[in-house]
Each structure stands twice: as structure tokens, then as C-alpha cells.
Design a protein around this ligand. Structure first.
Ligand SMILES: Cc1ncc(COP(=O)(O)O)c(C=O)c1O
Length: 373
């Protein structure tokens, strides 16, 4: 008999469950005649700001735009350096380049995969204007030390929280440590829209007002004192997100429960390293990412068993062709390079059943010739 496929994510599951709740809201938007910015966007901005422990939210087109507009609004540009992680999605460093500044990479902590405060400290120069920590896979960076570094060196902090909505560090939510925090609502994110979307979070009122103008080309009533771009969240996405937001806490708990179950089932397999959750962190498991010996063979084997996995990320940013002009070379960030060779992300989405987790764990155990559970 054909084995049932275990996908890396199952968005249709989430959406089918909520269809009855979402359809009336979608209908309301369709009949309202207002589609870009509006009541739903404003409500979503208020609710997400509250969740993140900040005063204001500004809904934009994507997480990438949230980062780019934040940098721009903070006047970061030509001649400035921004320290960020080489082990991230391309958008983190890309946004720095879009505004004309230079990304300076600092290696990661091998336990959490997040940028290491010690490495940040070594890269601060007189050109450094900001730090952009990326809360990777759903776990907050060491924000205590990073904010200290920021203060001591008068640096701005832009949190790339695209993968970490509702994660916290010492009980404080991500997006509330820095000058701004940036979220992505890309469909696969823990809170995902049905298209692109993002939000900038801040408690700085002046910055908030500036960002609101910047997402509408920088101006108001056809007067443009400075320029921005077109990056407005739309009402349909906001309506969908408002419904899904009600389930975020429950879904985050499910992700955490799934992670605990994997950890229980795989704790004696010494060829793999399970995700490390720092004691003062509330990890939201956007990804359940392990390190594995013979990673590529394991991945092929799991696929032959009907189990989808992903490699986030197979190539660190400093070795990407698009960033070659920055002059980095192999060996510059050994921890990021090692992680890129070893990581594999397993399905962990809400809705994944216990028996499916057991099937994944047993396939991994079989691959390494361990007794099945
Ligand atoms: C760490 C990180 N930063 C930024 C982004 C960009 O977000 P978006 O795809 O919404 O532009 C993503 C997600 O795709 C991401 O994972």
C-alpha cells in the first residue's frame, strides 16, 4: 500500500477548519468597497502591537518591506553598516543592501543557530549604525546582551522577527526589544496570510508616523516631503489574519507539544542533535530543526518513506553569489557554514498527528539502525 505523505506543512488543514469563520469576514470586505488599508488593517495593527508589547503596528506588503522600510525610516543608508546573521533567509541582508547600506555578518551560536553577541561585539566599527538580530526558527536571540551592546555603542536595533511571532525572551515578546520589530505574514509563517503581508512594530511615535507615510510613498494628500514606496497591507489579508490570530496561542502550543514529542522519541539517537531551547526563551518552533550526520542521505531516505523535510538554509548568506561583492570567503563564519551542511527541518506544524510524529521518528531511528518505538 502507498504510504500516506507527511508534508512539511499543511496550510489547507488550518484554513479548512476556519472556513466558516473566515468567509463572512471576507464577504464583508468584498461588499465594503474598501480594499487597501481600512478597519481590518487598523484592528490587526492594534492587536498585533498588543501581542508584541509595543504601542504601534504598521501593516505593510511583506516581511521584506517591513525590514526595508524600517531601515529607511531610521535613516540607515549609504556609508552605514548593519550587523546581521549569515544564517538566515536572504531578506535580512537583502533589505540592508536595498537601502544602500552594507551588511556585516557575525557568526552564529552553534546551539541556537542565532547570531552570537560575542561575534557582534567583534564586528562593531565606527560605521556601524545598527544591529539586526534574526530570531531564527522561532527562538529569540540573546536580546539581553544584544540590547546592552546596542546601548553601549549607540546602535539602533531592528529585530527580524519574521519567524518568531509570539516568541519571548525572559518573558518579554520579540519585537519589543529593539527600536523596531518586523514580522512576516507569508502563508507558511506561524501567523500566515493567504498571500504576502508584513508588519513593523514600534513604541516610538515619531517613527510610527513616519512609517505610516512611507508605506504610502512618503506623503499625504498629494504632498511628498520625502519618498517611501507602495507597501500597504490589504483588507482581505487583514480579515483572514484577524481570524487566524485567535488561534495563534493554541497553534503555538501544538507546535511546542510536537517538538516535545520528537525530543522524547529521538533523545537517544546520538547521530542527531535536537533543537536547543535556551532556558530563558519561549521557543515557538516555526521550524523543528535538527543537526544530522549524513544529512542528505537521511533526507533522501525520509522522502522515500513519504516524509517531506526541508533544509533551511543550504548556503549561508556570505557565500551566496549575490553577496560576493562583499568580499567574504569560505571559512569566514565556520559555525554558519557547519550548520548549513548539517541542518534538516522536520514537519512540526499544528495539526500534525502523534502517529505521524511517531512515523517520522521511527524512520529516523531505522535510518541510524536504532530499535523502533
Ligand atoms: C528571517 C526572515 N526574514 C525576512 C523574511 C521576509 O519575509 P517575507 O517573505 O514576508 O518578505 C523571511 C521570510 O520569508 C524570513 O524568514
Amino acid at each position: 500500500m502507498e504510504k500516506e505523505i507527511i508534508p512539511i506543512n499543511d496550510l489547507a488543514y488550518q484554513h479548512n477548519l476556519l472556513l466558516n469563520e473566515m468567509l463572512p469576514l471576507v464577504e464583508q470586505v468584498i461588499t465594503s468597497g474598501r480594499y487597501v488599508l481600512g478597519e481590518n488593517v487598523e484592528k490587526l495593527e492594534r492587536e498585533i502591537a498588543k501581542l508584541c508589547g509595543v504601542k504601534y503596528g504598521v501593516g505593510v506588503n511583506s516581511g521584506t518591506d517591513a525590514l526595508t522600510l524600517s531601515l529607511h525610516a531610521l535613516n540607515i543608508g549609504r556609508g552605514d553598516e548593519v550587523i546581521t546573521s549569515p544564517f538566515s533567509f536572504v531578506a535580512s541582508a537583502e533589505s540592508v543592501i536595498i537601502v544602500g547600506a552594507r551588511p556585516i555578518f557575525a557568526d552564529i551560536d552553534p546551539l541556537t543557530f542565532n547570531i552570537s553577541p560575542d561575534e557582534i561585539g567583534k564586528r562593531i566599527s565606527r560605521r556601524t549604525k545598527a544591529i539586526m538580530p534574526v530570531h531564527l526558527f522561532g527562538q529569540a536571540c540573546d536580546m539581553g546582551r544584544i540590547t546592552q551592546l546596542g546601548k553601549a555603542n549607540s546602535l539602533l536595533i531592528i529585530e527580524d522577527s519574521a519567524q518568531a511571532i509570539a516568541a519571548s525572551h525572559n518573558g518579554q515578546p520579540v519585537c519589543s526589544f529593539g527600536d523596531v520589530g518586523c514580522l512576516s505574514f507569508y502563508p507558511t509563517k506561524n501567523l500566515g496570510a493567504m498571500g504576502d503581508g508584513g508588519m513593523v512594530l514600534t513604541s516610538n511615535e515619531e517613527l510610527y508616523q513616519r512609517l505610516r507615510l512611507m508605506r504610502c510613498h512618503g506623503g499625504k494628500d498629494y504632498t511628498f516631503n520625502f519618498l517611501g514606496t507602495n507597501s500597504r497591507l490589504d483588507e482581505l489579508q487583514a480579515a483572514v489574519l484577524l481570524v487566524k490570530l485567535r488561534y495563534l496561542e493554541k497553534w503555538t502550543e501544538e507546535r511546542r507539544k510536537n517538538a516535545r514529542f520528537y525530543k522524547e522519541l529521538l533523545s537517544d539517537v546520538e547521530e542527531i542533535t535536537l533543537p536547543y531551547e535556551a532556558q530563558d526563551n519561549h521557543h515557538v518552533y516555526h521550524q523543528f530543526t535538527i543537526r544530522a550526520k549524513e544529512r542528505d542521505e537521511l533526507r533522501r531516505y525520509l522522502l522515500s518513506e513519504g516524509i517531506q523535510t526541508m533544509v533551511y538554509y543550504p548556503c549561508p548568506l556570505h557565500l551566496q553569489p549575490a553577496f560576493s561583492y562583499l568580499g567574504y570567503k569560505e571559512g569566514d563564519f565556520p559555525q554558519a557554514e557547519k550548520a548549513a551542511k548539517e541542518v534538516i527541518s522536520l514537519p512540526v506544524y499544528p495539526g500534525l498527528k502523534e502517529e505521524q510524529i511517531l512515523r517520522v521518528a521511527n524512520a529516523i531511528r531505522r535510518f541510524y539502525k536504532r530499535r523502533e518505538i
